[in-house]
Design a protein around this ligand. Structure first.
Ligand code: BES
Ligand code: MN
Ligand code: ZN
Length: 501
């Protein structure tokens, strides 16, 4: 989908659908008075009727019948001007894209003539582009041509800028947003891919493909190398599956060569049946998404490379399949992790923390300045926070604070939970250094307390994305299925980090 930028009045654009985003106070603006006149008073009538008053989420469509160059005018509400955020712009853009696509309008132009008019900062164009591109995404790889083609995206989208705005810098902002969206879409595609296709090897191939279309370096370790390394925890999980496990490593060298890298670690369980501690059948299909942390790491690495972020990064994705079989690991097994610490397995369904343990230990050899891991780690996270926030915990408050801030900046919000030593009690084992479950209370925290034992040597934060990586209901710019969560968050985090350095 082509996105062009034009400097013009929204009332002078020839298009099949002119979308205007506005706040509640904007009804008094001269532009809206003029629009109301061209619409024969219908706009102010709609306001009087309570049909449309520019509240957040409201939309109204007019057909100006020849009084304007545009065939249709779609107004989208952004709520109170004092409370406007990028996230509201993203949602409004997504909503408009959905209507234009559903009704097959063919074209659209989008203007935000008011709230950002006086300041030349181009942030809304990033949010706007993200809303448009992410809303237009569908996972349609396995749909027939006819079904696929029935959905008609607009062929052209024009973003309208006002007198005071600089076209060049807006274009650059849109281009950057496009790169971020490309990475989010790769992440969504990986998460949505079915388990029969998505083996650990497939994930590794996709990481290699991402490296090929960018400046990333990609290394993939197989079973033999992992055994030589001594990744006993990862290999324990993998041994029930006929598919070979892999450790995927991506590198981005955008910073000074002596600068310590940021390490990103993502859980890559390509299908989580639970293993011998088998999950119930209901919704087990959704466990193809259990590699969403790994997919977010691959996506973030791609985006960082495309954007040429001035930081050094290492992305590490342990990729395995968790299956029950006669070769599978069992409850009661004791595994020796890469760190040397032994782990008593009480539940083979608590596999994510096992593979992350070895991946975190592996990260240490890069002498990272900080490590962030992302994982669909616990069902408890969905119970605690639902689908609206990722849980964050860590051993360094400054890092957690920086992530919380990036969450607000990107709209991928985080909520912190404590990681007090008191919780360590729950994962003490009688026969090994640690056990892999902590019982029912505080499931998110005991999972993080487990990881903490493998992250002693660096500043570290853990993101539990179990509730945010997958949705069974669509929202304005996120259709059902994989959300691609983590990519926009981490890019915002890395941008902030490189600005403050
Ligand atoms: N992948 C699951 C967590 C999960 C559940 C993610 C639902 C997304 C949706 C994880 O491997 C798991 O099974 N965790 C167990 C841990 C328990 C056995 C300690 C859980 O949360 O039940
Ligand atoms: Mn599990
Ligand atoms: Zn899992």
């Amino acid at each position: 989908m082509d996105i062009k930028i034009r400097k013009s009045s929204p009332l002078q654009i020839k298009t099949s659908c002119m979308v205007i985003g506005l706040c509640e106070k904007d009804f008094t603006a001269p532009l809206l008075k003029e629009l109301d006149q061209k619409l024969g008073g219908l706009l102010l009538k709609a306001k009087r009727n309570g049909e449309f008053s520019a509240k957040e989420g409201e939309q109204i469509l007019f057909q100006p019948a020849g009084h304007l160059p545009a065939e249709r005018v779609l107004l989208v509400g952004l709520g109170q001007a004092e409370k406007i955020t990028d996230e509201k712009v993203r949602r409004a853009a997504g909503q408009a894209m959905n209507m234009v696509t559903e009704r097959n309008f063919g074209q659209m132009a989008f203007a935000l003539p008011f709230q950002y008019a006086e300041n030349e900062h181009t942030a809304p164009f990033q949010a706007l582009t993200e809303g448009l591109l992410l809303a237009s995404y569908r996972y349609d790889l396995f749909l027939g041509e006819e079904t696929k083609n029935a959905r008609k995206l607009p062929k052209a989208v024009t973003l309208i800028i006002t007198e005071g705005q600089d076209k060049k810098s807006c274009e650059a902002t849109v281009e950057n947003a496009r790169k971020i969206c490309q990475a989010v879409i790769l992440t969504r595609d990986l998460v949505n891919a079915p388990g029969n296709i998505k083996s650990p090897a497939y994930l590794a191939e996709q990481a290699q493909a991402a490296a090929k279309q960018s400046t990333l370096n990609c290394t993939v370790l197989g079973q033999k190398e992992l055994a030589e390394e001594g990744c006993g925890a990862l290999l324990g999980v993998a041994q029930g599956s006929a598919r070979e496990p892999h450790l995927i490593i991506l590198e981005h060298k955008g910073g000074h060569k002596d600068e310590a890298p940021v390490a990103l670690v993502g859980k890559g369980v390509t299908f989580d049946s639970g293993g011998i501690s088998l999950k119930p059948g209901e919704k087990m299909d959704e466990m193809k998404m259990d590699m969403a942390g790994g997919a977010a790491v691959i996506g973030t690495m791609l985006a960082a490379s495309l954007l040429e972020l001035p930081v050094n990064l290492v992305g590490i994705v342990p990729a395995v399949e968790n299956m029950p079989s006669s070769t599978a690991y069992r409850p009661g097994d004791i595994l020796t992790s890469l760190s040397g610490q032994t782990i008593e397995v009480l539940n083979t369904d608590a596999e994510g923390r096992l593979i992350l343990a070895d991946a975190l230990t592996y990260a240490k050899r890069y002498e990272p300045k900080l490590v962030v891991d992302l994982a669909t780690l616990t069902g408890a996270c969905i119970i605690a926070l639902g689908h609206h926030a990722t849980a964050v915990l860590g051993n360094d408050q400054e890092l957690v604070d920086a992530l919380l801030e990036a969450g607000d900046d990107s709209g991928e919000r985080l909520w912190q939970l404590p990681l007090w030593e008191d919780y360590d009690q729950q994962i003490k084992s009688d026969v090994a250094d640690v056990k892999n479950t902590g019982g029912r209370p505080a499931g998110i925290i005991t999972a993080a307390a487990f990881l903490k034992k493998f992250a002693k040597d660096f500043n570290w934060a853990h993101l539990d994305i179990a509730g945010t990586a997958w949705r069974d209901q669509s929202t304005p710019y996120t259709p059902k299925g994989g959300t691609g969560v983590g990519v926009r968050l981490l890019i915002a985090f890395l941008k902030n980090l490189s600005n403050t350095n």
